[in-house]
Design a protein around this ligand. Structure first.
Ligand SMILES: Nc1ncnc2c1ncn2[C@@H]1O[C@H](COP(=O)(O)OP(=O)(O)OP(=O)(O)O)[C@@H](O)[C@H]1O
Ligand SMILES: [Mg+2]
Ligand SMILES: [Zn+2]
Length: 642
């Protein structure tokens, strides 16, 4: 009797605790949603304010309405810097046309130049390839003395020097490989009454280590010849940024020693907290920050499903290149050096002029491939992410990811090498289940590496939100579906997806993982997939519920469970490698409750036969677009499998 009632109480307690957990999770989700909506409201209000303000002056381009901040100036004050009636304006325009051979400024360039010429300290955040360099090159030419440019990579420096030389702008560099004579010439030039160069490029190491350079800069400063300091890739200052460089931490010396010289920090990737950190590190008291919109309206974003167990995707890529991008320049990004070799070999076999590029190639081979591609002698570079910073080819018509990137930020950067000429270009990701775990084991030691990877996976798995809007969140911007103009596969497909009930699937998969853990076993994602599909040992098969879903569907369900927290990652390390296993996630216990329901969205196109397998919760009927190329490989695959 006594123990019976204790059991009852215990059971009730368990059920209350389970219910509480559900409520807590719901609260957490709602709070998250509230935070998202609040910040969205804030941004929209700001946008509205901007729109009302800029309704006045005629001809103000909507593209240039970047967000602005800076304690010392109001928005009204800042507007003035968009004008072209400054003492230097005529000369700037003339040089823009005559020296740089450019027709007009791009959004924010003129404003940035005017602010810097007015002696303001400035952070300029602009997407990659939008023309940040011009914002210090042009002022350098139109100012007395020289501009000091700090750049993280010698190769970036050399590209710039080559370019400046080709347009007859005097620029020099000081880096570890400079000869003694060259260094002497440069150091002497800095204090020359007639400085023989307009730009001096140095690495941060040089500033940190060369006392001689600092003392020359001091002299040049006192003689009024140091006109400006530009810190390129300024996010490298901050540990929170993704390319932290310890020597950038020491650059605060520049503003401390040369307080009157305006500083210009440039980056394509800093969030506001990274910028705050940079401001502190560089000792810039009150910089103005100009942020251009990151929305690249000329890029078409698409995700295609990739069968991890076959090389179909390479065939698909080859056909795309042959049919859609014939004779057009492009990049195929791959995960590893080995992939670079195999994929380029495959493409070559199909008669495509493709070459691999990866970090382990000899430097001269790398620059040969880069050069030939830049001059259109190679059509496609099949590259690892080593093919990155400093790639500046204007007519890249496609960037295809054979493997997803490790984060949305990385994807934005990599895909952003397409369409720099503002003409339409395509960015396509091949999304494969196994790739998730290959990357996962690689980023496991990185701060928030897993979290970032999962947001990239979410981007790929998504079928109902504009791809642009998913990216925008990472740049603290709002790009709505209207701003997309059908330039992503999701917008093109309209509401062509169904919401399915995956509760039973979730229970089945969780049971498999649970059973393994009770037997002290760890299951890789591949093992979970195969076990669920009934490919495990017969004894095990009897203890679990197997599925008749196709492999791609099984993978989609498991990915969904991982993203939703019903499953989570479990790593195991050996000195040689890292293994990835699946374990129960924080939400797994919720599946015990009868009322708990797991839903998931799936693209409808080509998946009609699914509807009989997964019970449909509700259908969102929408316009079916004429373009069905997106997800064509999943279509093909699923049909084959069914
Ligand atoms: N006003 C303009 N009109 C047309 N092209 C321009 C203009 N300004 C710059 N460009 C071109 O844009 C290209 C990219 O410029 P730049 O290298 O300065 O980009 P970036 O913003 O520094 O990018 P990254 O972040 O990759 O370093 C260059 O080829 C440059 O000539
Ligand atoms: Mg640059
Ligand atoms: Zn869209």
């Amino acid at each position: 009797m006594e123990s019976g009632s204790a059991n009852e109480v215990q059971a009730e307690l368990d059920s209350v605790e389970a219910e509480l957990e559900v409520v807590e999770l719901q609260i957490a989700e709602l709070l998250e949603k509230q935070a998202g909506l609040t910040s969205r409201r804030k941004r929209l209000l700001r946008k509205l304010e901007d729109a009302c303000e800029s309704a006045g002056p005629a001809g103000s381009s909507s593209e240039s309405s970047g967000s602005l901040s800076g304690p010392a100036m109001t928005k009204q004050d800042l507007l003035r810097y968009e004008n072209d009636d400054f003492p230097w304006s005529k000369e700037m325009e003339k040089n823009l046309k005559d020296i740089f051979r450019l027709l007009k400024f791009r959004p924010l360039q003129q404003k940035a130049i005017n602010l810097s010429m007015s002696g303001k300290d400035l952070f300029l955040v602009m997407p990659t390839g939008r023309g940040k360099s011009l914002c210090y090159q042009l002022p350098a030419i139109c100012s007395e003395g020289f501009t000091l440019v700090v750049t993280p990579l010698v190769s970036l420096m050399e590209d710039q020097l080559m370019y400046l030389k080709s347009i007859d702008v005097e620029a020099v560099t000081l880096n570890a490989s400079s000869t003694k004579e060259h260094a002497k010439m440069v150091l002497a030039g800095m204090t020359d009454a007639k400085v023989p160069f307009k730009l001096l490029y140095v690495t941060p190491e040089k500033i940190a280590k060369s006392k001689l350079l600092m003392s020359r800069l001091e002299k040049a400063y006192n003689a009024g010849r140091l006109s400006r300091v530009a810190v390129d890739e300024v996010h490298c200052c901050s540990q929170w940024g993704h390319d932290f460089r310890p020597d950038y931490k020491l650059l605060g010396i520049l503003k401390r020693q040369f307080p009157k010289v305006p500083l210009l920090g440039l980056t394509a990737t800093a969030t506001s907290s990274v910028l705050k950190d940079c401001q502190k590190i560089l000792c810039v008291p009150e910089p103005i920050t100009l942020t251009a919109s990151f929305n690249r309206t000329n890029l078409y974003y698409e995700v295609r499903c990739k069968d991890s167990n076959s090389e179909d995707s390479i065939g698909d890529i080859a056909s795309l290149i042959e049919e859609r991008y014939k004779d057009q320049s492009g990049i195929v990004y791959v995960f590893s050096q080995k992939d670079a070799d195999t994929v380029s070999e495959h493409l070559q076999k199909k008669g495509i002029n493709a070459y691999p590029y990866h970090a382990n190639m000899a430097p001269e081979d790398k620059s040969r491939v880069h050069r030939k591609w830049s001059t259109n002698k190679i059509q496609v570079v099949v590259a690892t992410v080593a093919f990155g910073m400093g790639i500046d080819k204007s007519d890249v018509r496609f960037v295809i990811h054979h493997t997803l990137s490790k984060s949305i930020e990385n994807y934005y950067q990599e895909s952003g090498r397409a369409g720099r000429d503002d003409k339409q270009a395509d960015c396509i990701v091949y999304f494969g289940f196994n790739d998730i775990f290959r990357i996962s084991t690689m980023v496991v030691m990185e701060n928030v590496g897993q979290q970032k990877l999962l947001t990239m996976v979410e981007y790929c798995q998504n079928v109902d939100r504009c791809r642009r809007s998913m990216m925008a969140v990472h740049f603290d911007e709002v790009w709505d579906d209207e701003g997309c103009n059908g330039m992503c596969d999701v917008c093109r497909h309209g509401n062509d997806y169904i919401t399915v009930d995956a509760t039973q699937h979730a229970k089945d998969v969780v049971q498999i993982v649970e059973l393994a853990s009770s037997l002290d076993e760890k299951l890789t994602p591949l093992k979970v997939t195969e076990t669920w599909m009934g490919k495990g040992p017969a004894k095990r098969r009897k203890m679990i519920q197997t599925t008749t879903l196709s492999r791609l569907e099984v993978e989609a369900v498991i990915t969904h469970l991982l993203l939703q927290g019903y499953l989570s990652e479990d790593f195991s390390f050996t000195p040689y490698t890292t293994y990835f296993y699946l374990k129960l996630g924080r939400k797994a216990s919720l599946l015990k409750s009868q009322s708990h329901c797991v839903t998931m969205k799936m693209r409808r196109t080509g998946l009609d036969a699914n509807v009989v397998k997964v019970s449909q919760v509700k259908t969102k009927e929408g316009k079916r677009s004429g373009d069905n190329t997106a997800n064509s490989s999943v279509t093909k695959k699923v049909k084959k499998d069914l």
